[in-house]
Ligand binder design. Structure first.
Ligand code: MOS
Length: 764
């Protein structure tokens, strides 16, 4: 038995059997469509984003971006900028203080994903078009921006490879892909392809995409003396951001406080430091005043990484019954020379279908562009586009319904690892979605429906996203007045985190929700993992669960110091938290309130803090969320315009803790998928490596008029291996969407578009 396997089994023995957690079945708060606790603050504007904190004596900084992709700064003229009205200082590589490059942030098991080793402002070297090369600090934002426009730079430019297409030939196999093997092979899929009764072999391309959260990246830095700094920063990871900033400036971790109580969306773009925060802290230290940097929308494009482009081949062979005899998924993504993130597009088929033989893997090449990073279900969104489009094509080849084809290849266990699925209700998700959508009315042949000049089609695709859980700590305190406070440094980016965790804590402690305070978004609170990888809900839930259990134990012990307590002889097993106190399970009237226990003991409060470890259950089970995405599209016969007319998203994502916030998450993901499929695309000028559509006028995210009513259904089937039976649901919504749209467009027109986005020109 391997050391790892033994460790897993030992840990599994000491872990509580989560399926027996009584809250798996409780319905007082959990499972209820409770309004967001921060809803009123959000809609009235009382919730502040990072750039909005009123700080005394605030100065404003503006960043100068490089205009070449690779080379050396020969001359940088700052005199005119320095003399412009209101300017306090101009910082370049010639006068910037030394700063350390932070250790790659560890997110999941790919430590350097999404962060780069570029020595910003401590080098004359330029490694992407848009790199910060100067920071101007002035009394007002306008003065800073004006002065920044006066900085003149002369470069010694070097030959750069900025085009993905040009770099593909140099692609190499990475050491690993998020800790997984970069290529897995079983049997001889090439031979199976040659001898197949039915086969498809398609090549797909997806473009680079950029982050466009509603809140552009911004920070305010306030130093206290020279060894302590508070930073308001829009962040998906307050604890990680504070620790990285501490490394950059050589400070003790506890002397950096990163505050992000409200975040206007992250989607992967706020998981690691993206220079503006570091430059803000630097500038504030240099001038001895608080400084704010609020990136413009263009600034976000220049300074924050986005999604890699990809080239993917999917080849599938099937026998006459539709069973997959070969499955090949391979291709290339890009990264920069300074980061390490081969986006994991090859993950979906490792877990989705039974396959008699397979080769699944990926290569990576490098370009002189900004580092790519996490974005909206990295891997699974672009991977499912290719895989689920190819399966649709195979269904036509077989003259078989595409849902039936998928059902015939439904695996009994994980097709690669052989592990049991912790929870998988794919057939139910398809059945529910098909019923709701009216799939049975769909004609089997393409180009069979029209509405005036519009060709109508229906498409379906599978979505999938893994279940991750991160190491997370939480502190729970119960006060003598019977109220409770939960503290953890986690983030609320609009998902409903604060609401759902308060529902959980209230139920766990047997308190009314209004008696629970939930404090978060502050790096000085107990460490919470990143709000990424759709992991936060279960990560925080387990920490709150364990801390609450410890607290109840402590309160019982406190009660038992007094012989006249009704709990004096109770064993822990006989009691539980209920009715604002501890009561016998079998005699619900016998027990004491927390307030009574604490007041008798003369204590103001009791608190407990626990740290959880990452999920070892993931080594025993294949753990994923699933979706069946149903789309009806209309394609204008003369103009090629695509409109989405109807949508049903059917989800299998464990137990739903709050239907209101959950459905909102699913819808948000589907809308992102509509953008990915139809309108969004980052356009690079391959001569200079510069993004040419760095604005929302030219980078088109879906607007209301692009989005129909999105109907959402879900299995609500608890996963016995996860805290509360839940799954994170931030990212599953986008997966499968682009394929469902491409499949609906094919059904409408008979044209298979394999190159995202599906713009008009590709349909004429
Ligand atoms: Mo998500 S791309 O892990 O924020």
């Amino acid at each position: 038995m391997s050391i790892i396997r033994r460790a897993v089994e030992q840990i599994a023995q000491v872990m509580p059997n989560r399926a027996e957690d009584e809250l798996q079945r409780s319905h007082r708060y959990l499972g209820q469509p409770i309004d967001r606790l921060d809803g009123v603050e959000k809609v009235t504007g009382a919730a502040r984003f990072s750039a909005e904190y009123p700080v005394e004596g605030l100065a404003h900084a503006s960043i100068v971006f490089s205009t070449i992709a690779k080379g050396v700064i020969e001359r940088i003229e700052t005199a005119a900028a320095g003399q412009a009205p209101g300017v306090i200082t101009v910082v370049t590589h010639l006068n910037a203080p030394p700063m350390k490059v932070p250790a790659p942030m560890s997110i999941g098991s790919t430590p350097s994903a999404g962060s780069t080793s570029v020595k910003i402002l401590n080098t004359d070297r330029v490694t992407w078009n848009g790199q910060p090369i100067a920071v101007v600090v002035a009394e007002t934002e306008e003065q800073a921006a004006h002065a920044a426009s006066l900085v003149r730079v002369t470069y010694a430019a070097e030959q750069a490879v900025t085009s993905f297409e040009a770099a593909i030939a140099q692609a190499k196999t990475p050491k690993d892909v998020l800790g997984e093997s970069p290529e897995i092979v079983h049997g001889d899929p090439d031979e199976a392809m040659r001898s197949a009764a039915h086969a498809v072999d398609l090549t797909f391309t997806t473009p680079p995409y950029n982050h466009n959260a509603i809140e552009p990246h911004a920070a305010i830095a306030v130093w206290t003396g020279d060894d302590r700094v508070t930073v308001y920063d829009t962040s998906q990871f307050t604890a990680g951001g504070a620790s990285s900033l501490a490394q950059v400036f050589g400070l003790k971790s506890e002397n950096v406080t990163l505050l992000a109580p409200f975040v206007g969306g992250g989607f992967g773009g706020k998981g690691t430091l993206w220079f503006y925060n570091q430059l803000c802290v630097m500038a504030a230290r240099m001038i001895g005043r608080p400084v704010r940097i609020a990136l413009t929308r263009e600034g976000v494009f220049r300074l924050v990484g986005g999604r890699t482009p990809s080239l993917q081949r999917v080849a599938i062979a099937a026998d006459a019954a539709g069973k997959f005899t070969a499955f090949i998924h391979e291709g290339v993504t890009a990264q920069s020379n300074e980061n390490n993130f081969p986006e994991q597009f090859s993950f979906p088929p490792r877990h989705l279908y039974a396959m008699a033989s397979y080769r699944i893997g990926q290569k990576v090449t490098t370009v002189h562009r900004i580092a790519n990073t996490f974005m909206r279900a990295p891997g699974e969104s672009i991977g499912t586009f290719a895989v689920e489009s190819a399966i649709d094509a195979l269904a036509y080849e077989l003259k078989m319904d595409p849902i039936e084809l998928r059902a015939r290849n439904e695996p009994d266990a994980d097709p690669v690892s052989g592990h049991e699925f912790s929870s998988r209700h794919m057939r139910e998700a398809y059945a529910m979605g098909a019923e709701r959508f009216g799939w049975r009315h769909r004609p089997p042949t393409p180009r069979a429906q029209r509405d005036g000049d519009w060709l109508i089609g229906q498409g379906v695709a599978t979505g999938t996203y893994p279940v991750y859980r991160m190491a997370t700590a939480a502190r729970v305190r119960i006060n003598a007045d019977g109220t409770a406070v939960i503290q953890t440094s986690c983030q609320e980016m609009g998902m409903g985190t604060a609401t759902v965790q308060t529902q959980h804590a209230a139920e766990r402690l047997g308190l009314p929700m209004e008696n629970i305070g939930f404090e978060y978004g502050d790096s000085s609170l107990p460490w919470a993992g990143v709000a990424g990888g759709s992991s936060q809900t279960v990560s925080v839930a387990l920490a709150v669960h364990q801390a609450a259990d410890e607290l109840v134990k402590a309160l019982l012990a406190l009660a038992q110091q007094h012989a006249d307590s009704p709990l004096a002889k109770a064993s822990l097993k006989e009691v539980h938290a209920a009715k604002s106190g501890i009561y016998f399970r079998d005699h619900p009237a016998t027990g004491e309130t927390y307030a009574a226990i604490l007041q008798r003991a003369g204590q103001a409060f009791v608190e407990r803090e626990v740290k959880t470890r990452p999920g070892m259950e993931a080594m025993k089970y294949s753990m994923h969320s699933y979706a069946a995405q149903f789309c009806e599209a209309a394609v204008h016969e003369q103009t090629g315009e695509v409109r989405i007319r109807r949508w049903v998203g059917s989800f299998d994502t464990g137990r739903i803790l709050n239907p209101k916030t959950a459905v909102s998450q699913f819808r948000g993901g589907i809308i992102m998928g509509i953008g990915m499929a139809l309108t969004e695309e980052t356009v690079f000028d391959d001569r200079s490596g510069r993004i040419v559509n760095a604005s929302l006028a030219e980078y088109h995210v879906p607007v209301q008029a692009d989005v129909p009513f999105i109907d959402v259904v879900y299995t609500d089937a608890p996963d016995p291996q996860t805290p509360l039976g839940a799954h994170g649901i931030g990212e599953i919504g986008i997966t499968g969407v682009a394929a469902a749209i491409a499949n609906a467009v094919y059904h409408a027109t008979g044209k298979r578009v394999t190159d995202l986005p599906i713009t008009l020109d590709k349909l004429l």
